[in-house]
Design a protein around this ligand. Structure first.
Ligand SMILES: Nc1ncnc2c1ncn2[C@@H]1O[C@H](COP(=O)(O)OP(=O)(O)OP(=O)(O)O)[C@@H](O)[C@H]1O
Ligand SMILES: [Mg+2]
Length: 355
């Protein structure tokens, strides 16, 4: 029998999108949704036990759709005892999603590999949140290690000193200050006004302006991803939505801008805190090294808006974006996974065997 080969993977198990990068060169992602047919008719129509990602969203009328991660962590993992059956169910849903990622990386042959994974979690995920991730992935991996998401971005891009990474995801915005060593709790902050928050604000603003229009949060999210902007634009942002069943052009320029801007004050405050509590000799350098990652980094004008806030509160600020926001976290986690010494993995394996 052939010996299974070691495969290193980096995983960004996100509230919105789950991403895997493997050392065989596979890069893959899937929106973090799993749908189960609601009844016999739906099962007949869909012909599957469950649907993943965009398929689940497209068929949401005939499926019960779950997003296993909320605010960047496995749902209910903060209060497991009080929600035991919900927690067990969502763990099972998350395992389906995770197994799919592993299948993509191994091209359908997980049995041919011994898999070591580094998985990203929000900067301030607690021990229980991290353990929940390790528990749900245990049966599919030889060993796993959880690191903070913005740290994995920093590691992958070699941004290891005098730099502040801001990962703007669906459930959380994670900030991590790099000062040439492994970041501690004091170097990291998490805020919960991220992509999902923008979508909810956008929904409420539209509801107030066009109470007769019909739309879902998914439709608004797609529109945001195509046109999300902060600051002035001459372009009118028009979305055609049914009003009492009739397609009608609605001007959403101000509402989208306002919704996208709603996450800025908390991010600006977090930057101010992490810069002003940094070693004063290096504060000027870090101010020039603010790096945005995650899907939300693609909002047009966000960097400029944060620079304005920094200029006002800190005298100066220069903000740039990572080139590949979707894969930056998983790529960094993969690089970290490959760099971890053999002894580390041997210890992990031993600890697992003792359990
Ligand atoms: N072009 C875009 N403009 C604005 N927002 C975008 C764009 N593309 C994606 N987003 C938003 O980015 C968010 C998803 O980002 P990302 O994939 O980094 O999140 P995640 O890693 O799944 O979430 P988390 O890190 O919170 O667990 C969603 O809210 C999505 O709507
Ligand atoms: Mg993320």
């Amino acid at each position: 029998m052939r010996e299974p080969k070691i495969m290193n993977v980096g995983i960004d198990f996100g509230s919105s999108i789950s991403v895997i990068a493997a050392d065989n060169g596979v890069r893959a992602c899937v929106p973090s949704y799993v749908g189960f047919p609601k009844d016999m008719i739906a099962r007949r129509l869909l012909g599957k036990e469950y649907l993943l990602g965009d398929d689940a969203i497209k068929n949401r009328l005939s499926c019960n759709v779950f997003r296993p991660l909320e605010r960047g962590v496995l749902k209910y993992s903060d209060h497991i005892e009080e929600n035991l059956s919900d927690y067990q169910h969502i763990t099972w849903v998350a395992q389906i999603l995770f197994k799919h990622l592993i299948n993509l990386a191994t091209q359908g042959k997980p049995q041919d590999f011994v898999i070591r994974a580094v998985i990203g979690a929000p900067a301030l995920a607690n021990e229980q949140n991290k353990q929940a991730l390790l528990d749900l992935t245990e049966s599919m991996l030889e060993s796993a290690h959880v690191i903070s998401e913005p740290f994995s971005v920093a590691y992958g891009l070699g941004l290891l000193n005098n730099c502040l990474i801001i990962d703007i995801g669906g459930g959380t915005v994670d900030l991590c200050r790099m000062q040439g060593v492994y970041p501690t709790k004091e170097d990291q902050l998490t805020t919960y006004k991220a992509g999902d928050y923008i979508d909810n604000i956008f929904f409420d603003l539209l509801d107030a302006k066009y109470p007769d229009a019909n739309y879902t949060i998914n439709m608004l999210r797609t529109f945001k991803e195509e046109h999300g902007i902060i600051g002035n634009t001459d372009e009118k942002l028009i979305l055609t939505l049914p009003v009492c069943g009739k397609p009608t052009d609605l001007d959403l320029t101000d509402e989208l801008r306002q919704a996208c801007s709603s996450i800025v004050p908390e991010i600006a405050d977090a930057i101010k805190y992490l810069v002003s509590t940094y070693d004063p000799e290096f504060q000027e350098e870090i101010k020039g090294n603010i790096v945005l990652a995650g899907g939300g980094s693609q909002i047009i004008g966000l960097g400029e808006e944060l620079e304005k806030h920094m200029t006002e509160s800190l005298g100066y600020g220069s903000v740039r974006k990572v080139p590949d926001p979707l894969y930056a976290g998983a790529n960094g986690a993969l690089m970290y996974c490959k760099d971890l010494p053999e002894e580390f993995w041997a210890e992990q394996k031993q600890a697992k065997m003792k359990k």
